[in-house]
Design a protein around this ligand. Sequence first.
Ligand code: FES
Ligand SMILES: [Fe+2]
Length: 331
Amino acid sequence: MGKRFPFPGLPTGWYTVALSTELKPGGILTRRYFDQELVVYRTASGKVRISSAFCPHMGAHLGRIGQVEGEVLRCRFHGFQYDDTGRCVATSYGGPPPPRARLRFWEVREQNGLVMTWYDAEGRAPFWEVPALESEGWNRLRWKRYTIATHPQETTENSVDFGHFTQIHGFTDGSITKPIKTRGELLTTSYRAYRGLPSPKLTWIKLPVDYDVTVRGLGYSQVDVDIPTIRLGFRLFVLPVPIDDENIHLVIAGSTHRRMGPLAPLARRIAHKIVCSEVDEDLDVWTYKTYVDTPALAKGDGPVAEYRRYVRQFYPPDPEAAPGPRRVDAA
Ligand code: FES
Ligand SMILES: [Fe+2]
């Protein structure tokens, strides 16, 4: 059997490796992402660092044998200490540390309650950023992490796959309110659908729901969900990250604004639960589907073809493709 997803490598972009709240000062998390073993840790002063999990001295796993001491990460195997630039600053032997003992750090951005890293198969430095959002008045992210046998391109496609909203999620009367637009790594679109709340099965109360979708690469989508009738606004993040080329973690995280008054935390809980129940509905589709490179699209489908063109920029150029995939311009 061939590869399930015939893409030339994992897509370039920003990916969420942890929620900020998962990492207290002194904390270390182990992650297996991009087919590599990583650690994510926070120093006493609050800096987050993401590095290879293996100590460059003799390979101990820093998620197991490492500990954060103040601003350094110390490997307990032979006591080598790494500062927040990755330089080895001390060993247990007292002599000068070997210059080659250098911990390789990954790019890190902590914003919007997320700890993100940059992945690029060719090792290029980041050429776009995820903007920091207004945080004033927004409550803490409520989140859930799924492990799914799929690919970030597939889960992100879901938000432009207009056709499945009625079939899988039970929405009715959907319409695209802002057609898909792409510019570099950015894709935006908006739509309105009617659905029963809290469950689509409750058809006696159907409310319009507005979805404002902003995609910035295949690891980061923001969906502003608005239910004007009950003045509910939910800022939702959909955050896939590849474990390897056939499996992902998918974090669904969202918050509400205090302008909703004392009900904001409850609204966040309910909105998050509804979104997660929609993800549950998608799970069997994602887990068992095959990837169709040239789908038999019909009138009524969403802007899947535009989406497929947009995603090509995130992969290394395929020499056999004509014309060649477009590369993202350096900002
Ligand atoms: S392997 Fe980490 S200090 Fe030796
Ligand atoms: Fe869906």
